[in-house]
Ligand binder design. Structure first.
Ligand SMILES: Nc1ncnc2c1ncn2[C@@H]1O[C@H](COP(=O)(O)OP(=O)(O)OP(=O)(O)O)[C@@H](O)[C@H]1O
Ligand SMILES: [Mg+2]
Length: 335
């Protein structure tokens, strides 16, 4: 329920909810400001904008922004992704079909295969692609010049991007988690587009539990709508929000069942830690990888858990959140 990655239902619902222009894009004031400067300048000069890299966690609006960039510069959007480009030839085909002013969106660009990546360097810098004809020693590279286009790359792991690729982007937008107030605006906008009336207190309640992520906010809104329709009065009011969030076990901080069971194990069974990842995973009956990649990042971000060289430690806030009394010196019991 609280995964930031999109599932099938999200994809179906999201298309209708995406803002189409920069002015409609909520939050991310820094990114919006930088991007509007880059795009306005390019438009004023009648040139294609520099390549743009969008970096940030899932569900914060990278794909949405890529579409907005294309709309703002009036360019056609071509979509591909790192994993979809298996061979350099695949990329050569995409590149050679580009038209002047197109925006080429490469999602998960950190997952491009090496040879494709090298071809992309040349295309981004010199607007050129070397098409290899033939095989083995007799193969020859025929240079093909490309029209000017803009690459918009998206990555959730900008650290994995090789420096030469990173350097070829004229501008990197670092997306941040949204504030509760921004998520409330996202929710009000989504409700309006869905033709529903969302009470302010309900918007606030959903926003608080959405982990700073618009995708999660929109998903929780759909569940509240479900509840209101089937078990409520049809109104998206505070009572409907509270009841729906309880059914789906999303607590006041936006923790789900797994998050809470990890935290509870750490606090109750290991006295607040430190406990090793594997020990903790066994205690909650999950794979260490699940605990590490699904539950931990948000617990750490919320200041409920810390990762230390000796293991995971629960903070005083974790004990308070679970309604437990903290040991006098949390994190020292297992020394
Ligand atoms: N600033 C925003 N204003 C309003 N809605 C937004 C905003 N950012 C994202 N959304 C909504 O959140 C949903 C997810 O956004 P998007 O698909 O762009 O995320 P993403 O960063 O590309 O995620 P992923 O890394 O999983 O590809 C979209 O359907 C969109 O409606
Ligand atoms: Mg995306």
């Amino acid at each position: 329920m609280l995964a930031a990655e999109a599932d099938e239902l999200d994809r179906a619902a999201e298309a209708a909810l995406r803002p189409r222009r920069l002015a409609e894009f909520i939050g991310q004031p820094v990114v919006r400001d930088q991007l509007s400067l880059v795009l306005d300048a390019a438009n004023a000069r009648g040139r294609t904008p520099d390549h743009v890299l969008l970096a940030g966690p899932p569900g914060l609006g990278k794909t949405t922004l890529a579409m907005i960039i294309a709309a703002e510069v009036d360019g056609a959007l071509r979509l591909t992704s790192g994993p979809a480009v298996q061979h350099a030839g695949d990329l050569a085909a995409i590149l050679s079909a580009l038209q002047e002013g197109d925006v080429l969106f490469i999602d998960e660009i950190h997952r491009l295969a090496r040879p494709a990546e090298e071809m992309l360097y040349l295309a981004m810098e010199d607007f050129r692609v070397d098409v290899v004809v033939g095989k083995g020693p007799g193969a020859t590279a025929i240079p093909l010049s490309l029209p000017r286009f803009t690459v918009v790359g998206a990555t959730t792991r900008s650290g994995l991007l090789p420096a030469p690729l990173r350097d070829r982007f004229g501008f990197t937008a670092h997306m941040d988690f949204y504030s509760t107030a921004e998520l409330e605006s996202v929710l009000r906008r989504s409700a309006r587009l869905l033709g529903a009336e969302l009470e302010d207190s309900a918007a606030a309640e959903i926003a608080k539990r959405s982990r700073g992520t618009p995708r999660i906010a929109n998903r929780l809104l759909r569940r509240v709508q479900d509840w209101a329709q089937v078990r409520g009065t049809g109104e998206l009011d505070h009572a409907a929000a509270m009841a729906a969030l309880e059914v789906f076990e999303v607590d006041v901080l936006g923790l789900d069942r797994l998050d809470r069971s990890v935290l509870r194990a750490l606090c109750e069974r290991f006295g607040g830690g430190p406990a090793g990842l594997t020990t903790l995973a066994v205690a909650v009956g999950e794979e260490p990888e699940t605990v590490e990649t699904v539950a931990e990042p948000f617990l750490v971000r919320e200041g409920l858990m810390a990762r230390t060289p000796r293991g995971r430690v629960a903070t005083a806030a974790a004990f308070a959140h679970l309604g437990l009394s903290a040991p006098n010196q949390p994190g020292t019991l297992w020394d």
